[in-house]
Design a protein. Structure first.
Length: 138
């Protein structure tokens, strides 16, 4: 149990040290890219009349697989770039690769911002699309 707690503590300390270390620009660029992809996907969801992303994933099991597949297709490249850059960072800093830290960091930099931004983008796009439709019908 102590080994697992040590791994978690080391991973968390390493994660907090990354933004100030080498390759720190990626801590801003990768979430920004994921958010931009999420905004684009949210707007497309609103235009095509689909449910919001997290609503589909959590509450609609029949739509879950499709939502996760399209999301992975959108965020896959940002995630893989995050994995690659974190592997390079770990090799430079630690001279080894810690897989769990790598996946945690890549998830926090790519998947988490995407998942959190897609729903609000959908709602804003839906709001403006409804206003546009209402204004056009007058």
């Amino acid at each position: 149990m102590d080994t697992i707690l040590d791994m978690i503590a080391r991973g968390w300390n390493d994660f907090l040290a990354r933004p100030g270390g080498s390759l720190s620009l990626r801590f801003y660029l990768q979430p920004a890219m994921a958010i931009l992809l999420a905004i684009r996907a949210g707007i497309n969801d609103a235009k095509e009349g689909r449910w919001p992303f997290l609503t589909s994933v959590i509450w609609h099991p029949d739509r879950r697989a499709e939502a996760l597949q399209t999301s992975w297709k959108h965020v896959r490249n940002v995630f893989l770039m995050s994995v690659l850059l974190d592997a390079i960072y770990q090799l430079i800093t630690h001279h080894t690769i810690y897989i769990l830290e790598l996946l945690f960091t890549a998830g926090c930099l790519a998947i988490l911002p995407y998942a959190l931004a897609r729903g609000p983008a959908y709602r804003l796009a839906r709001y403006f699309l409804q206003r546009k439709e209402t204004g056009a019908s007058r």
